[in-house]
Design a protein around this ligand. Sequence first.
Ligand code: 3PY
Ligand code: MG
Length: 256
Amino acid sequence: MSELTINTLREAWAAGRATLNGWLNIPSAWSAEIMAHGDWDSLTIDMQHGLMGYDTAFAMLQAIHTQRVPAFVRVPWNDAAILMRMLDAGAQGIICPMINTRAEAETFVGACRYAPQGFRSFGPTRASVIYGAEYGRRANESVATFAMIETAQGLGNVEQIAAVAGLDGLFVGPNDLGLSILNVAQSDPEAPELFRAYERILAAARANGIIAGIFTMSPEYGKRMRALGFQFITVLSDTRLLISAAAATVTAFRSD
Ligand code: 3PY
Ligand code: MG
């Protein structure tokens, strides 16, 4: 296996296409394996709001890689310790929450890159086994880095964040962004303030030749985001998919 399976995403993005990312917050290698058979373009293990710890996230990476699906990890915070451990475990990309300033973005990207571009410590224990002995030489180019823009402060600094060298993309967290801008949890996803923020984030990404991604709660909203120009689009999560399929099944059975 090559870590460069992530190139399927890079090629799609370079050709102007959008890719579909699945989101995993159920702490299970088995559910990750099921999702890996689901034809998503990539899968992300959510270690911020997902329910898994390191050992389960590690097993989930192994399960995802049975199908050679590019695997991202949304780390719990901009913390080099967990971020480097997940890269050593074979994650091909990192989504980092709550990036608010250029300095925070530089710290995030630096932790994902070996010197001279960054300060990632060398020890790619699983990565060098599954991707090959040359992994260390290729990792700076292959590992994808997405900084989440999900606060008013991050939005205010988005042009400087997007300009950080080595950053591959911005990733919008509409739930936190709505909470921060509108000061209310579970804010209206149709709020004009949110759409104005999307436009600003898209413009900052475009101006720096990087990708804009977003988390969405329905295929319809995801398709609207694709039409706006987002290219790395998450729709729902394994938990939400299970909830809606279970509810639909129970409702269908009881409907007569
Ligand atoms: C958000 O919407 O705030 C996210 O972080 C997506 O999971
Ligand atoms: Mg968030």
